[in-house]
Design a protein around this ligand. Structure first.
Ligand code: ZN
Length: 299
């Protein structure tokens, strides 16, 4: 059938837009290999000395939202709620923080951003008290609490960034006090690294060069895998569908590596609780199940 010339340009534009939408928004990446999570080895490393932590606590320092299509490829254009969190691993006499959120003024600048200033104040109090602070990765919504801590010199020996996080191109160096990053002694490891009894690190570059998994085993036998932003929603893992190409392009991710990691999370047994950094639905469901507690205690 011959298409009249006056329709051919709009039709070509529609075809280009449809193709762009298909490849940029609707298609998730294929894994570039196999990412291995060796649970027996993580368990051995976690339990190789010292008392396991008693519990995990969480603070919700802010909320924001992205279009669902940006979070899960092909997810449509409705807004997808997201959270900003900081977790605290607690022993009777010690504590360790996993990620520290970002300051309220920065949280409010996120799309649809809201901040809980009281929660952020508790994170700051926990930073001052912590024996160690580790990060799933070096993005400002994860290291921001430490970067803007009131007295960096007081806490710098507890800030345990990896070499890849400290040297990573996505670390916002200007957020830290002048000279502060030069004084940090980064963790350098291959394989698995026990940062404290019950807490083990495993590198997982892709979302950023400094991305890592943080495995936590608590005294009652519950085990957790903090995966940061490798997935933004548990739906990425349940549906085995990661972010779309546009998100990978904008964040300069290694999309094949991220897809292999999401695939590996999908193979984990259900009693390994995967904690993604920005999923409010998973947060509420975990709190309801009593896996961890809302609110940092005893500060
Ligand atoms: Zn994040």
């Amino acid at each position: 059938m011959r298409i009249k010339r006056r329709y051919s340009i709009p039709l070509a534009a529609v075809a280009v837009l449809w193709t762009a939408k298909h490849f940029l928004l609707d298609t998730a990446a294929e894994p570039s290999g196999t990412f291995v999570i060796d649970l027996p080895a993580l368990h051995r490393a976690a339990t190789s000395g010292g008392a396991l932590p008693e519990r995990i606590e969480v603070e919700r320092v802010g909320d924001f939202a992205f279009p669902r299509n940006f979070v899960v490829a092909g997810g449509g254009f409705r807004m997808h709620p997201m959270v900003l969190l900081s977790h605290r691993v607690v022993w009777p006499d010690r504590s360790l923080l996993i990620d520290t959120g970002m300051p309220p003024d920065a949280a409010k600048k996120m799309p649809g951003g809201k901040a809980d200033e009281a929660a952020y104040a508790r994170v700051q109090a926990a930073i001052r008290k912590a024996d160690a602070i580790v990060f799933t990765h070096e993005h400002p919504d994860h290291v921001g609490g430490v970067a803007h801590a009131a007295d960096f010199a007081l806490i710098e020996s507890e800030v345990l960034m990896t070499r890849e996080q400290l040297d990573g191109p996505k670390l916002e160096r200007g957020d830290f006090p002048p000279g502060a990053l030069d004084r940090l002694k980064p963790i350098e490891y291959e394989g698995l690294y026990q940062v404290a009894a019950g807490v083990v690190l495993q590198k997982a570059p892709g979302h950023s060069t400094g991305s890592q998994l943080i495995y936590v085993e608590v005294a009652n036998g519950n085990r957790f895998l903090f995966v940061g932003d490798i997935a933004w929603s548990l739906d990425n893992i349940r549906e085995q569908k990661g972010r779309p190409a546009i998100a990978h392009l904008l964040m300069k991710e290694d999309r094949g590596a991220v897809a292999a990691q999401v695939q590996a999370f999908g193979r984990l047994p259900p009693d390994v609780h995967v904690i993604v950094a920005h999923d409010p639905v998973a947060l509420e469901s975990d709190l309801k199940a009593g896996l961890y507690r809302q609110g940092f205690s005893g500060l």
